[in-house]
Write a protein that binds this ligand. Structure first.
Ligand SMILES: [Fe+2]
Ligand SMILES: [Fe+2]
Length: 258
């Protein structure tokens, strides 16, 4: 039986040929060489990168940058090789669900109406559903990548998980139970959410917002204020400080070419 993931590949990827594969390899080689082994070892990750590259210009650079932050932060936090690979994979595939959102909505530089916002919010659920078949551990990291923020309009993953539980098979349900109170995954999920927002706030690629420049003390403080409001835990503050340092390293070595 064809899985949702394969169906999605069929719908979004079968049309792309070796040219897209070459573009993905080139983008990884140029902008995120440390991630090459993870991409090579995990064929589904490579397929996701092809899908999002085929879909448009926006999501691939963002995903590579997020994953680069995951790699550097993961090393800094001394994750073991298994955790590091899962964390990096989560960074690479977390926005797969955006292929179901129209480019007009993704590129909109004014406020979204209710139905547009709902469509946008669904990308997390779609990412989760597609990745869950391939790598449940990674799926549990990405399902919360827009949560943690106070006053967040994204549906809570606990609620979402309840809904998904209803349609899960026995094995999937048991897996969900095992993951429910897993602190390791909770911590990686929160780090990914912070990285995702950090990358959005500092990225020059966003058409709707001037990027915060981490070479400027004023912009650094503005960024800290945003995170203090959205992610107020002391450990969140530590992660943000680490990301500011990682940003300056990546700026020098990689991201300026992205
Ligand atoms: Fe997202
Ligand atoms: Fe993202």
């Amino acid at each position: 039986m064809t899985s949702r993931f394969e169906e999605s590949i069929e719908k979004h990827y079968l049309c792309c040929g070796p040219a897209v594969e070459g573009e993905v390899d080139e983008a990884v080689r140029k902008h995120a060489p440390e991630l090459k082994e993870t991409v090579d070892r995990n064929s589904y990750v490579r397929n996701v990168l092809k899908i999002i590259r085929e879909f448009g210009d926006f999501t691939l650079p963002h995903s590579l940058k997020v994953a680069r932050y995951c790699f550097e932060l993961g090393k800094n936090l001394e994750l073991n090789p298994f955790q590091l690979e899962k964390f990096v994979s989560a960074g690479l595939v977390h926005d797969l669900g955006k292929v179901f959102v129209s480019p007009e909505i993704l590129q909109k530089n004014s406020a979204m109406n209710k139905s547009e916002a709902e469509m946008m919010h669904e990308h997390v659920r779609n990412s989760f559903r597609l990745i869950q078949e391939k790598d449940p551990y990674v799926a549990e990291i990405i399902v919360r990548h827009h949560e943690g923020k106070i006053d967040n309009r994204y549906p809570r993953s606990d609620d979402r998980r309840k809904n998904i539980d209803a349609s899960w098979s026995g094995e999937e349900r048991r897996h969900g139970e095992r993951r429910k109170n897993n602190r390791e995954i909770d911590s990686l999920a929160r780090c990914l959410a912070i990285i995702d927002e950090f990358e959005s706030l500092t990225s020059p690629d966003r058409h709707y917002r001037k990027p915060l420049d981490m070479n400027s003390a004023k912009d650094q403080n503005e960024l800290r204020e945003i995170f203090q409001k959205d992610y107020p835990l002391p450990e969140d503050e530590e992660i943000v400080e680490k990301l500011i340092q990682i940003n300056s390293y990546l700026e020098k070595h990689f991201l300026q070419a992205a």
